[in-house]
Design a protein around this ligand. Structure first.
Ligand code: HEC
Length: 128
């Protein structure tokens, strides 16, 4: 089946590209927002980002002070976080079945429990 073969080759090619750039992504956690969610930016998101992400993904930082974090990926505001919601989940989120630990790349790491809270908060639309 040629189309099947093509998609298998395609998967290999994208895996090769990912390993070349050294910039892999985890999987979407597929977290579902629970009806009793209490996590907000005020109670959780702001502190999480400040503790684990703003050391690099920060509009106040330039050049090497960003430790390689892309200049257009910053988490200073709720709007910026919402805009990157899906990628944040894939890089740092967790659920019952998936744990993504690509971010932060070094330094103090959040617990799996906190990664699950992150994904839950994002799945709920990152309420303020
Ligand atoms: C020590 C610096 C550092 C910290 C801390 C850090 N990052 Fe990163 N981040 C990077 C670098 C470097 C890249 C680019 C390389 C890569 O994508 O692996 C990146 C890339 C990303 C990307 C992908 C951007 C894109 O679209 O290509 C996301 C999303 C991200 N980080 C989220 C986070 C989150 C969420 C946190 C906090 C839990 C975090 N990062 C903490 C350095 C950091």
């Amino acid at each position: 089946m040629p189309s099947r073969l093509a998609s298998v080759l395609g998967a290999f090619a994208s895996a090769a590209v990912l390993s070349l750039t050294g910039c892999g992504e985890g999987k979407a956690t597929e977290m579902v927002c629970p009806t009793d969610n209490t996590l907000t930016y005020q109670s959780f998101g702001q502190t999480f980002m400040g503790t684990y992400c703003l050391r690099c993904h920060n509009t106040a930082l330039m050049g090497s002070a960003r430790h390689g974090a892309p200049s257009d990926v910053n988490f200073n505001t709720l709007e910026e976080i919402r805009a990157e919601s899906k990628d944040i989940d894939k890089m740092a989120g967790a659920s019952a079945t998936v744990t993504n630990e690509e971010m932060p790349p070094d330094g103090e790491k959040p617990s799996v429990e906190d990664r699950r809270k992150l994904s839950q908060w994002l799945a709920c639309g990152a309420p303020e």
